[in-house]
Design a protein around this ligand. Structure first.
Ligand SMILES: [Zn+2]
Length: 271
């Protein structure tokens, strides 16, 4: 499922194209994909609205319109694609036509993706439960240690929890924990300050490298808005490498289940 680097890559692929363009029509919208307010409201409100910016918060993509925000969460298998609807039309869930002739298509095989059209106040309320962005300068070592303090849940679960840090998912949490030499089942509240510092450093450097590589395309689902796959897969150290040798010590990478998620780690490097 797309995580912060993939959504950020999609944002960057849309940013040169959509701002200043005006939505002309919403010719197709699967009611099942609409979180709020209603399919009728989106089809009615969006036309005539100019795009003022493309933003990202956590794994949400925000297309800012005048006085409204079109918000998309891709969840498991959603894709946003500019221009010709070249993909399998059976999975086309929404289409926005722009005055310039551009078309933005939302495809979703598994139909978990959701769309909102909300004003600024409602957007703030929607995002209020989210924790800080990983690159937020206010997220210092002390601030992160505070967020993990007294928590007995495994690190893996807490890093997946969008209320602790926003934007991480299964792939990058496994990679971050490997880079930090921390066991995924380690109780989150037990980390010393130096370990939290390592964790925060690894979070930022891995996300930065993943964004620089256009994200990770693992099962051919993820593409940016112009159809390009991510190139970070070849940089993965543990995710998807069960039984393969650890790149640091040669021990076989293990796959266990933590927080109901397949979790990849090196038992020797992350003891
Ligand atoms: Zn190792």
């Amino acid at each position: 499922m797309p995580e912060l680097p993939e959504v950020e890559t999609i944002r960057r692929s849309l940013a040169p194209h959509l701002p200043e363009d005006v939505i002309a029509a919403v010719p197709l919208l699967d009611p099942h994909a609409v979180a709020e307010p209603s399919p009728e409201a989106i089809v009615g409100i969006a036309p005539g609205k100019r795009v003022t910016g493309i933003h990202r918060r956590a794994k949400y993509l925000v297309i800012a319109l005048e006085a409204h925000n079109l918000v998309v969460h891709l969840r498991m298998s959603g894709r946003l694609r500019l221009d010709r609807p070249v993909e399998d039309m059976r999975y086309l869930r929404a289409q926005w036509n722009f005055a310039s002739g551009r078309v933005l298509c939302f495809y979703d095989v598994r139909r978990f993706g959701r769309i909102w059209l909300v004003d600024d106040d409602r957007l703030a309320a929607l995002f209020a439960p989210l924790g800080p962005e990983p690159f937020d300068p206010a997220l210092t070592v002390a601030a992160l240690q505070d967020r993990l303090a007294r928590r007995t849940a495994p690190l893996k679960s807490l890093l997946l929890d969008q209320r602790i840090i926003a934007g991480l998912g299964n792939i990058y949490v496994d990679e971050i924990l490997f880079a930090s030499n921390l066991h995924p089942r380690r109780p989150a509240g037990s980390l010393a300050e130096a370990e939290v510092a390592r964790l925060l450093d690894a979070t930022r450097s891995i996300l930065q490298a993943a964004i620089a590589n256009g994200g990770t395309t693992f099962d051919a689902v993820y593409r940016d808005a112009e159809g390009r796959p991510g190139r970070y897969r070849s940089h993965l150290s543990v995710y998807g490498r069960a039984e393969e040798p650890c790149l640091t010590c040669g021990a076989p990478i293990q796959r266990i289940v933590v927080a109901q998620r397949g979790t990849h780690f090196c038992a020797r490097c992350q003891s």
